[in-house]
Design a protein around this ligand. Structure first.
Ligand code: ADP
Ligand code: MG
Length: 385
């Protein structure tokens, strides 16, 4: 057990009075490319990062669950009875772990009561999916403690069910899939329609590269409204084009779409269609050439989100443009848009210059200072002690 794991086990015993039966970790994720394609039944290419969430857990003999987090060390554990959980019945952060146990039971598995203590190194709300890391750590722990032997793919669906129905966030399957299926040195190519996935080599370290995350710390109040509006545009575009989802259109259908759709809907559709093609191209590039060649696809993805999907903002554009000027091989905004983080692919030696250029540009523009760090592909969820 490493020292952080040992500290968590000790904190568990201090809080609950027993030793944990085990510790399970699940990583956050970053999406290399494929933005807003998930709810259009399309493709995404995330990787599991090395920042992760760990849960210490012990089975109880009753049906109670007590859950606490090192994020709120002074708060009492949230206590719930597994027989009384129902959709939307839990408020606040405990909805994620309790939602997973509820979703397991909804899916036909019987879960024992348990005590849970959560600890995380995944920054919250920076676009790295601390929520999926939390769900997946609890999902792999509960899977083992309930001796349920559930596949990783089904655990991802259970995590998504928790987030959709207990937390109430209409998110896709990408984050949980990356957290559960990721492997060191690889990205996860995921078909959001079929749920099929395949590992694609992504040895950033071997290529002397890092993926920088530039968290703008902007969370626009209209982000939720913007996201819902984009989803509606995509649904409208698919309906008008007579397809089940935009995934069913290819780049050669765009000429026809231009005649059928209004100008704005057409640009929304064009982003999704070209972005799906870019994900497939990225898989091809990684398989045949290696990560250093990904840059142009990242740049094209950003331009498409900025101009066609219109979900960027001044801070994100500044982060991307400055990173590119300072030597990044590629850069783009990531996540829902209107704030959040950008990513930049950079040679390790260029990272300090890119970082200081972005910090200087943010300060000159009067923006809040960004938080900048690097991520590398790491292992998927696993028991660690
Ligand atoms: P993200 O992009 O990081 O996934 P979300 O809003 O989807 O952002 O999820 C963040 C929420 O997940 C937090 O507000 C909190 O409720 C919950 N969460 C994540 N990690 C932890 C943790 N270690 N302890 C308690 N709650 C957590
Ligand atoms: Mg999340």
């Amino acid at each position: 057990m490493n020292s952080t794991a040992q500290d968590l086990a000790t904190a568990f015993t201090d809080r609950f009075g027993t030793e944990p039966d085990g510790l399970w970790s699940a990583p956050g994720r970053v999406n290399v490319i494929g933005e807003h394609t998930d709810y259009n039944d399309g493709f995404v290419l995330p990787f599991a990062i090395r920042h992760s969430t760990t849960v210490a857990a012990a089975v109880r003999s009753d049906r109670l669950v007590r859950v606490a987090s090192t994020f709120a060390p002074d708060e009492d554990a949230v206590v719930a009875d597994l027989d009384e959980l129902s959709e939307g019945s839990v408020e606040g952060w405990a909805a994620y772990p309790l939602g997973v146990l509820w979703a397991l039971e909804q899916s036909g598995y019987r879960c024992p009561g348990m005590d849970l203590l959560v600890d995380s190194s995944v920054p919250v709300g920076a676009g790295l999916s601390s929520s999926a890391a939390l769900e997946c750590s609890v999902a792999v722990a509960a899977n083992e403690l309930a001796q349920a032997d559930i596949s990783r793919r089904e655990l991802a669906v259970i995590g998504q069910l928790a987030e959709n129905r207990m937390v109430g966030a209409p998110t896709g399957i990408m984050d949980q899939s990356a957290s559960l299926l990721g492997e060191a040195g690889h990205a996860v190519f995921l078909d959001c329609r079929s749920g099929a996935s395949r590992l694609v080599p992504l040895d950033l370290e071997g290529a002397g590269l890092e993926l920088m995350v530039i968290d703008t710390r902007v969370s626009h109040s209209h982000a939720t409204g913007g996201y819902a509006a984009r989803r509606r545009s995509c649904e409208l575009g698919a309906e008008m084009m007579g397809v089940a989802a935009l995934r069913d259109l290819s780049v050669k259908d765009l000429a026809e779409a231009a005649g059928v759709l209004d100008e704005e809907t057409f640009r929304r559709v064009r982003h999704i269609v070209t972005e799906n093609a870019r994900v497939e191209d990225a898989v091809e590039v990684l398989t045949r050439k290696g990560p250093a060649e990904l840059g142009p696809l990242l740049v094209a993805s950003h331009a498409s989100m900025r101009d066609d999907f219109e979900i960027s903002c001044a801070e994100l554009d500044t982060a991307v443009d400055t990173a590119l000027e300072a030597g990044a091989l590629g850069a783009r905004m990531t996540g829902g848009g209107f704030g959040g983080s950008a990513i930049a692919l950079a040679r390790v030696g260029d990272v300090p210059a890119i970082r200081s250029a972005v910090e200087t540009a943010f300060s000159a523009a009067g923006f809040r200072s960004p938080v900048i760090f690097s991520v590398l592909p790491g292992a998927g969820a696993a028991r660690i002690a």
